[in-house]
Design a protein around this ligand. Structure first.
Ligand SMILES: Cc1cc2nc3c(=O)[nH]c(=O)nc-3n(C[C@H](O)[C@H](O)[C@H](O)COP(=O)(O)OP(=O)(O)OC[C@H]3O[C@@H](n4cnc5c(N)ncnc54)[C@H](O)[C@@H]3O)c2cc1C
Ligand code: SF4
Length: 589
């Protein structure tokens, strides 16, 4: 790839902050328009193939994938009992979010942030962050879903909150572009509430999943193969990515695909953008303020700290594009106080940090398909995901106890770490046979429900606490409400019903709600809207207050939907950056 020297004496056309899904997409689109772009990324550029070691077997690792002694991943109990900052007063040298507790912690120890350096305060929140080139896309679960007008026009549907300033038709061409540029696998279902993508080859459902699909279809519901942001047919235009070989690696680790069949921002977007000769990358660059021109009040660049040397620098740009992720972009806006923007840049509405929303998780079901016991072994984790049951609540019906909806993500079949092994009775050869015979017969699914945006759900800057580089940290004021609790109760009920109706023996129903933040789908802290009094950004993710400031990540979302957000983040960023390039050419910024 072509590497450009960073030149801080020059004014770039655009300075982008953050290199995840949003920042990577901004870099791709703006360089495609021929703009000269500087991308600032707080984390390091990792040798990610070496980090992920997707094909390493547990017995080839000195600790079977566990992190070294002295490292600790936060548990559900800790999130429940304690208050942030969770790494406070701990004896462990390194503390990671709960994702570091999935099998294979050693593979993500350099990808996830160390909570010791990155504290936050306030109400309980399981905040998962990845500070490295590509951000969370290095380990994301790849469920790649579109939103529909049930989401964009949700207020028109049920009266709550605000409609988005765009409709599905505004975003359709950009979803199509994302599909074609990055690759997505799935099956067309023609659902108005979960629009189809331009799919590559789908992965196959296994027998337990087919059984459930046939059963739920009888009630008008749908079970579809996991819509994965993974190229299954390959992408001729991208030399950094390979097609999925179904190597059985997807389910072994907390995400990550070392041949980059699964989308990640560096190989999918950033390296190809560097090859245009228009993109300069500065890693280890922690942005801490959007700089403002004293006369015009417009953004003139970004101040950053080198994470290693701790020296501070300024990068100059005609346009500033924030893409540091929903919560970090809000933090940066709040940190950027000036005479012209005393509440933080782009925050004359007082809405930055507010209307924070995400997905509620926890309830789900595990079952057992008796007729699959003892059947020949199949390669079920050699695929990017299992299945998805799209929303079915509050579409045509009206639930009396909650508004909006939820979907289920699920999986079944054989995997490297056999389901049920820990609970199986016996020992020796008999135990092994029991585990082997039963391993392919388990099936489970868990809900992801829409959390309502509320003005009183917000983050602000803690007046005292600072991170490892002396930058004020976020303080959370955020809890699930009654709608989320009622929705979660319904999830547990419908999950059980669907398994029972399919003749699947239910062996466990989870009813407990996981800690706020568990979904890793944080959204809404600088929402779009037509009214500058109640929103921070317009429909092109452009600040109402500062016309050369754009915020292209999930902070712009008006509501959370129940569909996973990353594909929408990228479609919106593409649309906004097309607009940005046009406006810059016209001299409007
Ligand atoms: C385990 C896991 C599973 C997931 N599964 C799914 C899924 O199945 N489907 C789905 O849609 N989504 C999923 N997600 C969420 C998905 O990863 C995010 O929606 C997506 O990455 C958001 O993109 P982003 O660019 O806003 O943020 P990120 O990907 O987090 O990127 C932000 C970047 O900004 C950098 N940054 C932050 N602050 C600063 C600063 N001050 N200065 C400079 N740089 C900064 C960070 O280091 C990071 O590289 C998952 C996430 C995880 C971790
Ligand atoms: S199954 Fe496909 S997407 Fe998953 S790790 Fe293997 S090649 Fe990558």
């Amino acid at each position: 790839m072509r590497v450009q020297e960073v030149d801080l004496s020059r004014t770039y056309d655009a300075v982008i902050v953050g290199s995840g899904a949003a920042g990577g997409m901004a870099a791709h689109v703006l360089t495609d328009h021929g703009l000269q772009v500087l991308l600032l990324e707080a984390g390091k550029r990792l040798n990610v193939e070496q980090e992920l070691r997707s094909m390493e077997w547990p017995y080839d690792h000195p600790r079977r994938g566990d992190a070294p002694p002295g490292s600790h991943a936060l548990s559900f109990n800790e999130y429940t009992i304690r208050q942030p900052p969770y790494a406070n007063k701990t004896a462990f040298k390194h503390v990671y979010s709960y994702v570091g507790g999935w099998s294979g912690a050693d593979y993500v120890k350099n990808i996830l942030v160390d909570e010791k350096d990155h504290p936050y305060t306030g109400t309980r929140y399981a905040w998962v962050r990845a500070r490295c080139l590509g951000g969370k896309t290095n380990i994301w679960g790849r469920l790649a879903l579109r939103l529909s007008d049930y989401d964009f026009k949700a207020k028109s549907h049920d009266g709550y909150g605000e409609d988005w300033p765009i409709a599905y038709t505004d975003l359709t061409p950009y979803y199509d572009k994302v599909d074609l540029y990055l690759g997505i696998s799935g099956v067309k279902e023609n659902l108005p509430h979960l629009p189809d993508s331009l799919f590559q080859r789908p992965t196959r459902l296994n027998p337990a999943e087919v059984k459930l699909r046939q059963s739920v279809a009888r009630t008008g519901r749908v079970l579809t193969p996991y819509r994965a942001g993974v190229t299954t047919d390959g992408l001729k235009h991208n030399k950094y990515r390979s097609k999925c070989f179904g190597r059985g690696a997807c389910n072994r680790r907390p995400g990550g695909c070392d041949i980059h069949a699964a989308f990640d921002s560096p190989t999918g977007l950033i390296y190809p953008a560097m090859d245009t000769g228009c993109l300069t990358l500065r890693t280890n660059a922690i942005a801490y303020e959007v700089l403002v021109d004293q006369n015009s009040g417009k953004a003139r660049g970004v101040a950053f700290i080198d994470s290693d040397t701790r020296k501070t620098y300024e990068a100059k740009g005609k346009v500033v594009v924030l893409a540091a992720s929903t919560l970090e972009s809000a933090r940066l806006m709040l940190l950027s106080r000036s005479r012209q923007h005393p509440n933080g840049i782009g925050n004359s509405s007082g809405h930055v940090g507010h209307n924070f929303c995400e997905h509620v998780m926890g309830p789900g079901v595990t079952g057992f398909v008796k007729e699959l016991v003892g059947r020949p072994r199949t390669l079920d984790d050699g695929r990017p995901g299992g299945f998805y049951v799209p929303r079915f609540r509050n579409l045509k019906d009206r639930q009396s106890s909650f508004i909006r909806g939820y979907g289920f993500e699920g999986n079944s079949g054989y995997s490297m770490f056999p389901a049920g092994a820990q609970d199986a009775p016996g020992f020796g050869a008999g135990f092994k046979k029991t585990v082997r015979d039963h391993a392919g017969a388990f099936i489970s699914m868990g809900g992801f429900g829409e959390v309502l945006p509320r003005f009183e759900s917000f983050v602000d800057l803690d007046p005292e606490a600072k991170d490892g580089w002396g930058v004020p940290v976020l303080r959370f004021h955020y809890q699930f409400g009654d709608n989320e609790r009622k929705m979660a109760e319904d999830m547990a009920v419908t999950a059980r019903e669907m398994f029972e109706a399919a003749g699947i023996e239910v062996i466990g129903v989870d009813r407990e709600i996981l800690t706020e933040g568990w979904s890793i789908h944080e959204l809404g802290t600088a929402r779009m809207g037509n009214d500058p009094k109640t929103s921070a950004l317009n429909q092109f993710q452009q600040s109402h207050d500062v016309r050369n400031l754009f915020v292209v990540d999930g902070s712009s979302h008006v509501s959370a939907s129940c569909q996973n957000p990353t594909w929408t983040i990228m479609a919106l960023a593409w649309r906004s950056c097309d607009y940005l390039a046009g406006e810059l050419r016209k001299g409007n910024l």
